[in-house]
Design a protein around this ligand. Structure first.
Ligand code: ATP
Ligand code: MG
Length: 558
């Protein structure tokens, strides 16, 4: 599936206008993750937007790690983020940057602000600073250190940099306006002391710049034209502009905000994702139930389906929550077109065809994609003993059940018509084998006399089938908005993962490449697990069911 052509939106309108009037010759955007966690579906929206805009207007999009918080950041996160962006299908070419690449310049600009009387060293404690900040209705109070002289500030800032002071003893603040109605402009902190090593700059720095100060300058240094960010930064825009207005930066990018992507039945807060992973509530960052890109990938979601989803949900200024079903629809559409078909039995019961020769194994042709002959066909083994799905047989079938039952005839997909003669049970009364007779004239599944056979079921040959672990996934949470509750853990769905230890697959599937996707006929889309699937031990994950059954199931549960 090709991602559909970009739909217009308010950001594209602004960009087209800027190009038309010649405000910019070339569009430059950036994707600025903090390397303090793994990317999730919300980040995909920002990636698709920033890289997509650059692609569509023949511009460029920079990869930039916003690495100003050394305690929480790491090389591992950075690597995983870079991999995910590439997996989503985007490239930064040689424009792979870090805010830490600019630490020296950021520092020099801070000195510039101090010299211009626009920044001062405050020696209050964090709590004192907080208490003097005021509220939405009350102005803040000036710091007793606000009137320090330029020389005093320069000397103290140099000593902060040299690592002479303990964490938290001083900060550098922009001198703006403690009475501003916008709290972000009440002398925001722009540097703090953290005598800790950084995963890229090592022990070179004892002070680190704050996000609001760093981001706008990094944008300007890279010649970003449009700095696209989420709505929570709207109130920070005056600060973004203030910093750039005071400094001799090469350009002044325009910040534009858009609504975050929120999905129901899951969480995208990094803090909560960290909690799920570190408390062992999921198996890791790539647990197929997580909305992380690593998790979605392992679940079998194609990158193209995620890109299409990001296009489809569009871009607005109004916060909404998108139904998980929308994402699943994109996944289904992609896999319907691209996944070859195969047969698998999840909950097997033996079917014995008593009039089929015991030693005979026939090879029957089966289409790899009934809607697309380009996929070709394969040969599947047919023999006297098969496995079928336990739920495809009923001893006392109700009206409307067209599958197998005593005395009934069904079509074995690509095989023969078979009629049930009797069943075999164990002492506990459970069915251990269903006995049938087959009609040799119906090879391929059609009766020469065109007699009506309503039911078609899937099967695999018992002699050649490969026993496999299959994992069925469901929503990770039981309520639509688990993120709204601090105690989100109590809403975890206990049935979000079901492991079937002994599903039976067509033999060829054991050789599937890790990550390869298939439609198991009548059952859904499945992929070979990226991490654990191996030829000797196949493991498949259900990516998504064939149809959206969620709404119906929910109705029943209520
Ligand atoms: P943090 O609270 O750590 O800042 P974050 O989710 O904003 O978390 P970043 O690494 O700062 O993480 O995000 C990188 C970029 O992705 C930012 O530009 C951010 O605005 C964007 N982004 C993050 N979450 C979403 C989301 N749910 N929808 C759209 N964009 C998002
Ligand atoms: Mg952020």
């Amino acid at each position: 599936m090709e991602t559909s052509p970009a739909r217009s939106n308010f950001i594209r309108d602004i960009i087209e206008d800027d190009l038309r009037v010649g405000r910019h010759q070339r569009i430059v955007t950036r994707f600025p993750p903090e390397p303090n966690g793994y990317l999730h579906i919300g980040h995909a929206k920002s990636i698709c937007l920033n890289f997509g805009v650059a692609r569509d207007y023949a511009g460029q999009c920079n990869m930039r790690f916003d690495d100003t918080n050394p305690e929480k950041e790491s090389e591992e996160f950075e690597r995983a983020i870079a991999e995910d962006v590439q997996w989503l299908g985007f490239s930064w070419d040689d424009r792979y940057f870090h805010a830490s690449d600019y630490f020296e310049q950021l520092h020099d600009y801070a000195v510039h602000l101090i010299k211009a009387g626009l920044a001062y060293v405050d020696s209050q404690s964090a709590e004192e600073i907080r208490n003097a900040r005021g509220t939405l209705t009350e102005p803040g109070r000036d710091s007793p250190w606000r009137a320090r002289t330029v020389d005093e500030n320069l000397a103290l800032f140099a000593r902060m940099r040299a690592g002479e002071f303990a964490d938290g003893t001083h900060v550098l603040r922009a001198k703006i306006d403690m009475a501003s109605p916008n709290i972000n402009l009440r002398d925001p902190t722009i540097y703090r002391i953290r005598r800790t090593t950084h995963h890229r700059t090592g022990a070179s720095w004892a002070i680190y710049p704050m996000y609001d100060y760093t981001h706008c300058i990094s944008d300007a240094l890279e010649g970003i034209t449009h700095s696209l960010c989420t709505l929570e930064f709207e109130d920070h825009r005056p600060l973004y502009d203030w910093v750039l207005d005071q400094l001799p930066v090469p350009c002044h990018p325009r910040q534009i905000e858009f609504a975050r992507l929120e999905l129901n039945y899951t969480i995208t807060s990094k803090r909560k994702l960290h909690a799920l992973v570190h408390e062992g509530l999921v198996s890791g960052w790539d647990d197929p139930r997580l909305p992380t890109l690593k998790g979605l990938r392992r679940r079998g979601y194609p990158a193209a389906a995620i890109r299409e989803f990001c296009e489809r949900v569009g871009l607005t200024k109004k916060q909404t929550t998108i139904d998980m079903g929308v994402l699943e629809t994109c996944v289904r559409e992609d896999l319907d077109a691209n996944a070859p078909r195969a047969m698998a039995v999840l909950d097997p019961v033996k079917l014995v065809i008593d009039n089929y020769p015991a030693e005979l194994v026939e090879s029957l042709p089966a289409a790899n994609h009934p809607k697309n002959p380009d996929f070709g066909s394969r040969e599947i083994a047919f023999s006297r003993e098969l496995y079928i799905e336990r739920e495809d047989f009923m001893e006392d079938p109700p009206k409307g059940f067209f599958r197998l039952g005593p005395g009934r005839e069904v079509r074995l997909r690509y095989g023969y018509l078979v009629t049930c003669t009797h069943v075999e049970k164990n002492d506990a009364g459970e069915i251990i084998a269903i006995h049938c007779s087959y009609d040799p004239a119906t090879r391929g599944g059609n009766a020469p006399d065109n007699r009506q056979v309503k039911g078609t079921i899937h099967w695999v040959s018992a002699a050649t089938a490969v026993s496999t672990e299959v994992r069925l996934y469901d929503r990770l949470f039981t309520i639509p908005d688990p993120g709204s509750d601090d105690d989100f853990r109590i809403h975890l769905n206990p049935d979000s993962q079901r492991v079937l230890p002994a599903a039976q697959l067509e033999a060829a599937l054991a050789d599937a490449a890790p990550g390869a996707s298939f439609q198991f006929e009548r059952l859904g889309y499945f992929c070979a697990d990226l991490r654990e699937h191996a030829p000797g031990r196949p493991v498949f994950n259900r990516t998504v069911t064939l149809r959206d059954t969620w709404a119906k199931v929910q109705g029943k549960r209520d």
